[in-house]
Design a protein around this ligand. Structure first.
Ligand code: FAD
Length: 305
């Protein structure tokens, strides 16, 4: 999608400085992998998102929403279309009575700290998840026994027909690392959280402990997308991979982490193809040994064959 007329129209809708052409996606994913997006747009308000999506739909231009790119593997060939970032440009937190209101681009870390500062408990688990509130709602992000579905009250979305709607927790259809919004392609604009009052020091202590646990167990010193695979029923992906003898297994610059086999890491110069092939190898090996099919949690964008 390199039509100059459409690019000009995009620049009329959003802040022109926030429109970039041939933008390397390696700059926008925590894997630090990915070829160029034809067009990359950072949006800063709801009006921009609605108008931009209307334009792209009317011109049949492919588009993809990203938050912090912390669960994405983008092809080396990049993305033929428009990447719409709902990130730091569209972030903010406020209290509405006892409810926290977060714009979709707010990081989950900021959300979790904001809850702590307001002496509200329930979001401690989210402090170390490096995504946005929008990405967290789509993925029903979770850790250490907590999940977004336990705390989300209402979610403001743009439906596929362009209507802006508030969905209740039940209407969000949360499942393990999945949601109705993900299945049906809704755009998350904002989420509200209903929590319980708690003691600030206790909340802070829990957050500190969870951060220490992550540092101890996870290879945070390397680019990754966190756990590459979903947890298979009755098993742990990391243990199956480790028991298959794959710890440290490497293809090009992609490696099964020595520290936590559930994490596939970029040791420095991995291509998307390296990572894609490593994912395939791990799935094949685990299936052969244990008959378990590992489903990627990571989302693939672009062409890999
Ligand atoms: C070191 C590390 C640790 C991690 N630990 C955890 C963990 O403990 N638990 C966990 O669940 N995940 C974890 N993750 C994965 C990741 O952080 C989560 O999946 C997170 O929810 C993704 O948010 P994001 O904003 O980065 O989304 P992205 O990766 O940018 O996008 C993910 C999906 O959400 C969609 N999306 C994003 N924003 C919006 C929006 N506003 N509207 C509509 N769709 C949107 C995208 O289209 C895509 O389909 C980890 C990742 C890393 C790198």
């Amino acid at each position: 999608m390199k039509d100059p007329a459409i690019i000009e129209q995009i620049k009329c809708i959003v802040t022109p400085e926030n429109v970039r052409i041939n933008e390397p996606m390696s700059l926008h994913t925590t894997f630090r992998i990915g070829g160029p997006a034809d067009v990359y747009v950072e949006i800063i308000n709801e009006h921009e998102i609605s108008r931009l999506i209307d334009l792209l739909k009317s011109k049949d231009v492919p588009y993809f929403i990203i938050g912090n790119g912390s669960n994405l593997l983008v092809s080396d060939k990049g993305y033929n279309g428009v990447i719409v970032e709902i990130g730091s440009g569209y972030s903010g937190l406020r209290m509405m009575d006892d409810i926290i209101v977060a714009k979709a681009g707010t990081t989950m870390s900021k959300l979790s700290h904001f809850a702590m500062e307001n002496e509200l408990t329930g979001l401690e688990f989210a402090g170390g998840i490096p995504g946005t509130v929008g990405g967290g709602m789509i993925m029903n992000a979770g850790a250490y026994g907590g999940e977004m579905r336990q705390v989300a009250y209402r979610v403001k979305v743009i439906m596929p027909d362009g209507e802006v709607k508030y969905l209740t927790n039940t209407e969000m259809g949360f499942e393990y690392r999945n949601s109705r919004a993900k299945r049906e392609g809704y755009i998350v604009l904002q989420a509200e959280f209903m929590l319980h009052h708690g003691d600030r020091q206790v909340i802070e202590g829990i957050m500190r402990d969870l951060t220490a646990k992550r540092k101890e167990k996870q290879p945070l010193e390397y680019p990754s997308a966190g756990s590459t695979f979903k947890r298979p029923q009755g098993y742990y992906a990391g243990k199956l991979i480790s028991d298959s003898g794959l710890k440290g297994f490497t293809i090009g610059g992609a490696q099964v982490s020595e520290k936590h086999a559930g994490f596939l890491i970029n040791t420095g110069n991995a291509t998307a193809k390296d990572m894609y092939d490593l994912i395939a190898k791990v799935r094949k090996e685990v299936h052969t040994r244990y008959g378990v099919t590992l489903e990627p949690e990571v989302i693939f964008l672009g062409e890999f064959d």
